[in-house]
Design a protein around this ligand. Structure first.
Ligand code: ADP
Length: 267
């Protein structure tokens, strides 16, 4: 009897060791699979604009260069593909830095209203080209100061407003509504554009997930914008929420903490 007990003890130690090791192996395998999938995704995404640019350049070299109209059209398309490639590499670097946790968040006190006005100014051309009407709503009597990483919040607003323009109909509308309560500032970006099918809503924050690949590429999208937005807001302990109706439009919103206007920034 006395010899069974230590044997049992050894057995259970070996068992729990095996279970722990198995878990470790499973995690390693999952990580390796994740990395393989990531590399496959990236290669595929990189190939698309490279092949397109190559195609135009080779066609030009094969003689299309002689026709002035064709030459201009193909050069513009090649330039657009290279531009998409550049956006993709930039977004990949940003996302990679975010996911590896090396990105620092520099919090400062700032007013959300001029920040959004700056984004709107930058996107003015895009909206005009696509005939999307933009409305900016807030109560001028209220304060909209927050403490956050200004550059990163700029990026969040830029991405969401740019999407409200990209995935809209000609003549559609995008409304940016900023509300302020005692503790929070809530930013809503609403469009009456294409909307998102219910089965896709959860997945649009995954890298490279797009509802309509060709439309996204046509608009210069990388499929990484919302993944970056999600990471930035997580870094602010905030979350993005979305409601959408297919064919009617979408509403993306997030909150940031309210902050008393700092004396240093007082106008
Ligand atoms: P992309 O670079 O393709 O725009 P995002 O990560 O910003 O990538 O968005 C992922 C996908 O989510 C888009 O390709 C699009 O299908 C969908 N999406 C994002 N915003 C909207 C919106 N406002 N209306 C409809 N679909 C949207």
């Amino acid at each position: 009897k006395t010899s069974i007990s230590p044997l049992r003890k050894i057995n259970s130690t070996i068992n729990s060791y095996a279970i722990a090791k198995n878990k470790e192996i499973e995690t390693l395998q999952r990580n390796a699979a994740f990395r393989r999938e990531f590399v496959a995704d990236i290669s595929h995404e990189l190939k698309t604009p490279i092949f397109a640019a190559q195609g135009y350049v080779h066609t030009l070299l094969d003689g299309a260069v002689e026709d002035v109209n064709v030459r201009d059209k193909f050069l513009k398309r090649a330039a657009k593909s290279l531009n998409n490639l550049d956006n993709l590499v930039q977004d990949l670097l940003t996302l990679n830095q975010m996911e590896s946790g090396v990105v620092k968040f520099n919090h400062e006190v700032f007013n959300m209203i001029p920040l959004i006005e700056e984004v709107l100014e930058q996107l003015e051309n895009k909206a005009e080209k696509r005939h999307v009407n933009i409305r900016f709503k807030y109560n001028p009597e209220k304060s909209y100061f927050t403490k956050a990483d200004k550059d990163k919040i700029y990026r969040v607003c830029q991405n969401l407003i740019s999407n409200a323009i990209k995935y809209n109909h000609e003549g559609g509308e995008a409304i940016i509504h900023v509300k302020s309560t005692k503790n929070h500032i809530k930013i809503d970006i609403k469009d009456n554009g294409l909307g998102i099918p219910p089965e896709d809503i959860k997945r649009i924050f995954e890298r490279f997930y797009r509802v309509d690949k060709s439309r996204s590429r046509e608009m210069g999208g990388t499929g990484l914008g919302l993944a970056i937005v999600k990471h930035i807001l997580e870094g602010h302990k905030s979350k993005i929420s979305v409601t959408s109706t297919l064919g009617k439009g979408s509403n993306f919103s997030f909150t940031l903490p309210s902050e008393k206007k700092a004396s240093a920034t007082e106008e």
